[in-house]
Design a protein around this ligand. Structure first.
Ligand SMILES: [Zn+2]
Length: 172
């Protein structure tokens, strides 16, 4: 998909270069992104994680589901339509948020990044969360931080997922 890749690289890139490797997910968001993988099974789901960066890590406010636009094989590949990504980013900015990462599912495959996942990841500093879905049920979710400063030295590093309780927010 050279055209899509070129478009993705042309998108505005996040400018934060922090090294606190931690993804903070409200429990509700965690449940939603895992449920999304169950809904699209046996196809891969995909979406965008938006929120704010603080000293303690990337604090996700929302997981925005997007359609898997892969023209190849949705069971083993996902593609976020660049036009849709621009729309998500615009909406996030309107809420004071930025794109912190992306999520997708691996139907009947481990929650481990693939060479294709790395090749098609272009947002340095962002998180890439993967949920394995076995027989339609979400099991393990892991997250990887896209480290490095360029396409040549980029690499995935496992990062901790910290779940945040939603109990306070539900009082609003
Ligand atoms: Zn993958």
């Amino acid at each position: 998909m050279p055209i899509a890749s070129t478009l993705a690289q042309a998108l505005p890139q996040p400018q934060f270069h922090h090294f606190s490797v931690m993804l903070q997910l409200p429990e509700s968001v965690y449940r939603e992104l895992r449920r999304h993988g169950e809904e699209t099974y046996p196809h891969e789901c995909c979406g965008v994680l938006v929120g704010t960066v603080s000293g303690s890590g990337k604090c996700v406010a929302q997981a925005v589901p997007v359609r898997n636009a892969s023209p190849v094989n949705k069971r083993h590949h996902y593609l976020i339509d660049p036009v849709e990504l621009i729309r998500v980013e615009r909406q996030a900015r309107a809420s004071g948020w930025e794109i912190l990462g992306f999520y997708h599912s691996h139907p009947d495959h481990p929650a481990e990044w693939s060479p294709t996942d790395l090749k098609e990841a272009h947002w340095m500093g962002c998180s890439y969360a993967i949920t394995t879905v076995v027989n339609g049920l979400a099991s393990e979710t892991r997250s990887f931080h896209l480290a490095g400063s360029s396409e040549e030295n980029k690499r995935f590093e496992a990062e901790e997922i910290q779940l945040l309780s939603n109990s306070l927010e539900s009082e609003e």
